[in-house]
Design a binder for this molecule. Structure first.
Ligand code: LLP
Length: 429
């Protein structure tokens, strides 16, 4: 009689990350470090471009989500432009090969020097957020004898129903101007000979997981465009901003379907013959990134079990700043992951209680040296990091089909203190 096949309990496979297993990847560099999947980013771009096919649409990546040059190069290769908010982001985008004509300049506090530099570079357009900025743009463009293309950023007064710190489309937020004010800008556009005000812009917030607020804002924006057209104002571009949410917590977060979002844009802007601009940041890169970190210590008391890991709030600020959830996994060979889980608070070495990456997270038992993967770290991870507690900025690695390349080396101590000096050369005022 044939022996019955003994079925062993299913042992989870080690995670693959763009053709490399995470455990091996973790051994390539000193932890902590960020790793991004080039193919995951390419797929997001291609999916968005596919959904927009047939429309006169341009995708401008919100550089603040991930400004690393190699990531911007992936954008450039795919024909994606940039949404920038500083000259640092302008220079990065240009250096990565994004043409100036595909760059839009957003932001509530552009300095005169930044406006001048962006004009000189020839950026595609300025998303203007206040009457003062509009006057500054006119003045600086006049001095240089050029014509600036501009869009007015509308604040549609819509609640994006996201975290308060990343909600931008309510009247009490600092962003944009009311439709009433924008109407005035168009009425006296003739006064400003060096600004061609022919665009509308909005961005109501980030990590938006419901279509309805987006629809509502789009309807307000579209109604204003129709009103302007009837009054004889030509609108060449409408920028609907970014904000598409992603999955940070598998099985819990339900992002807006891309098709539904694009359909909502098409419906709201039916009959519009100019260019539609989208400014996604997070959507293109968040889920393509992991932060790899190792356990330094395991400690506990009668209330809590702590995993003290080598990544901290200075490397990934989102949990401390927004109470953001990031899925965290133990990266181990099958057996190491198959054990019964334990609740851990996952904390960094920084000296404040806010340095908590996750609370009461269920993981297989961990020991010093074990590798953890913090998911959803491709957007607003490295870009928001600091050297708090004199911890140098960490490395970033790009993975592409089974290969990996260092795209930013970890900062050295000398690089961290470069620019500092003893107070020896005093000057009197
Ligand atoms: N356009 C403008 C004018 C923006 O201000 C932003 C983001 C975007 C586009 C891109 O938004 P996204 O598609 O990534 O949602 N640090 C926060 C997010 C701040 C977003 C700021 N503005 C976080 O970690 O959640």
């Amino acid at each position: 009689m044939a022996a019955a096949q003994t079925s062993r309990p299913a042992v989870p496979e080690n995670d693959r990350f763009d053709g490399i297993d995470l455990l091996s990847l973790g051994n390539t560099q000193a932890t902590p470090f960020y790793a991004y999947s080039a193919n995951a980013i390419r797929q997001r771009i291609a999916g968005l471009q596919h959904a927009l096919a047939g429309m006169d649409a341009a995708v401008c990546f919100a550089v603040k989500a991930n400004p690393t040059l190699a990531i911007l190069q992936l954008m450039a290769e795919a024909g994606v432009g940039a949404d920038i908010v500083s000259c640092g982001e302008l220079r990065r985008s240009l250096r990565a090969g994004i043409p100036a004509s595909r760059i839009v300049f957003s932001g509530v506090g552009k300095s005169d020097a930044e406006i001048a530099e962006a004009l000189e570079a020839g950026v595609g357009r300025f998303n203007v957020e206040s009457a003062d900025e509009l006057e500054a743009l006119q003045r600086i463009a006049h001095q240089r004898d050029v014509i600036a293309r501009a869009a007015v950023r509308i604040n549609p007064d819509v609640d994006a129903r996201t975290h308060g710190k990343i909600s931008t489309g309510k009247a009490e937020n600092k962003f944009g101007v009311s439709i009433d004010e924008a109407r005035q800008w168009f009425a006296d556009a003739g006064r400003r000979g060096n600004v061609r005000l022919d665009g509308l812009h909005m961005h109501i917030g980030s990590q938006i997981l419901e279509l309805e607020p987006m629809r509502q804002a789009l309807r307000r924006l579209a109604a204003f465009w129709r009103e302007l057209s009837e009054d004889g104002h030509r609108i060449d571009s409408i920028d609907v901003g970014g904000g598409l949410g992603v999955v940070y917590r598998k099985g819990h977060d339900r992002p807006v379907e891309l098709q539904g979002y694009v359909q909502a844009i098409k419906e709201a802007l039916a009959g519009f013959e100019g260019r539609v601009i989208l400014e996604p940041g997070r959507y293109l890169v968040a889920e393509a990134g992991v932060l790899l970190t190792r356990v330094i210590r395991v400690k506990g008391n009668d209330k809590r079990r702590f995993l003290v890991v080598d990544a901290a709030m200075n490397d990934l600020l989102r949990p401390s700043l927004y109470d953001a959830w990031h899925d965290i996994e133990k990266v181990a060979s099958g057996e190491g992951r198959a054990q019964v889980s334990v609740a851990y608070d996952i904390v960094g070495p920084v000296c404040e209680t806010g340095d908590t990456l996750a609370t009461a997270r269920m993981l297989p038992p961990c020991a010093a040296g074990d590798l953890l993967a913090i998911r959803g770290a491709g957007a607003y991870g490295a870009s928001m990091s600091s050297t708090y507690n004199s911890r140098p900025l960490i490395a970033e690695v790009l993975v592409d089909d089974g290969r990996y390349a260092l795209i930013r080396r970890g900062q050295s101590f000398e690089e961290m203190v470069a620019g500092e000096q003893a107070a020896t050369s005093w000057r009197a005022l």
